[in-house]
Design a protein. Structure first.
Length: 312
């Protein structure tokens, strides 16, 4: 493993002809926006690029033209490449089957402080709010044109990872990179309309989810729990649930629990003050200081007990 500079990354990209691009499973706005934007940028540089994700891509991202080119692993006919470029994923496991199917040298561009340094070459910027912010910065500093469709994708990537410029990871540079996207043709209202779209059915599920909210530790910790029955109605799109509790005045740590089965619970942690990356680390997970995730081998009630035991 080597930590590389942006110059070394540029040299490696210049030399590579065939590049396979991938992102983490359960792809979010940053993962998808970053991947389609860099797909276009690398294609414009004359590269032969394949995008692959070992998961379904949520339909709300399909307004971005290049999303139609994203393949499932079973659709990739040729895994030979000069480079497997992994965006926004912090561990080898997070790229699913792609990691075993592609044997090319792994390059990783990421912003997770918990990055496990799994790649052969890592370009890591933990102070950046989004992988999309890194890519906007790279395109700008390398003089790579940012087309209107790239700008929309990069804007979506940045905006979705910083709560549309509201979270603590939003820096002066985050706003500058967002502004650069808009200067190059990104349409913030169009991105918001697609990404924040909801349905009447989803609001009905949210009504049920609201009933599960519990407060602990004098209101500093709030938990919203989606049991197996609710998860079946929610599907993969669990965006927005943690937002129902994170803005409560007394709440520091907002936790979304998602039942996978009777013995497994996925946990999303958001904080105003506490280092939730450290909490997630205790269960083998991680992420960012103010936003992290993990999986606990227990049912929802068990997960609540485990979490409350490690939260001061
Ligand atoms: Mn990200």
């Amino acid at each position: 493993m080597a930590i590389i500079t942006k110059e070394a990354l540029k040299n490696a990209l210049d030399e590579a002809q065939r590049i396979i691009l991938t992102v983490h499973v359960h792809p979010d706005g940053d993962a998808i926006g970053s991947m389609v934007a860099f797909y276009e940028a690398l294609s414009n540089e004359g590269k032969e690029v394949t995008m692959v994700v070992d998961d379904t891509v949520p339909a709300k991202y399909s307004f971005l033209a290049q999303v139609a080119h994203i393949k499932q692993p079973s659709e990739v006919l040729d895994w030979q490449a000069d480079m497997l470029l992994v965006l926004d994923a912090s561990t080898f496991e997070r790229i699913g089957k792609v990691g075993s199917l592609c044997k090319a040298p792994i390059f990783n561009i990421d912003h997770h402080i918990s990055n496990s340094q799994f790649a052969d070459s890592l370009y890591l910027c933990p102070e950046f709010a989004a992988t999309g912010e890194i890519l906007t910065y790279l395109c700008d500093s390398w003089g790579w044109p940012i087309t209107p469709s790239m700008a929309n994708a990069l804007y979506m990537a940045i905006a979705t990872d910083c709560g549309f410029f509201r979270f603590s990871n939003t820096t002066e540079q985050t706003l500058r990179m967002g502004a650069l996207c808009v200067a190059n043709g990104a349409q913030p209202n169009i991105v918001s309309e697609h990404v924040e779209v909801t349905t009447a059915a989803r609001i009905e599920v949210m009504k049920e989810a609201l009933q599960t909210i519990q407060f602990f530790k004098a209101g500093r910790v709030a938990i919203i729990a989606l049991d197996e029955a609710l998860m079946a109605k929610v599907g993969d799109d669990t965006d927005g649930y943690v937002d129902l509790i994170r803005n409560v005045d007394t709440v520091d740590i907002a936790i979304l629990l998602k039942a996978v089965d009777a013995h497994t619970t996925r946990v999303s942690l958001r904080a105003k003050v506490t280092d939730v990356n450290a909490i997630a680390n205790q269960f083998g997970g991680g992420g960012h200081v103010k936003a992290a995730g993990c999986t606990i081998n227990a049912n929802i009630q068990g997960a609540i007990e485990h979490l409350l035991a490690v939260i001061a």
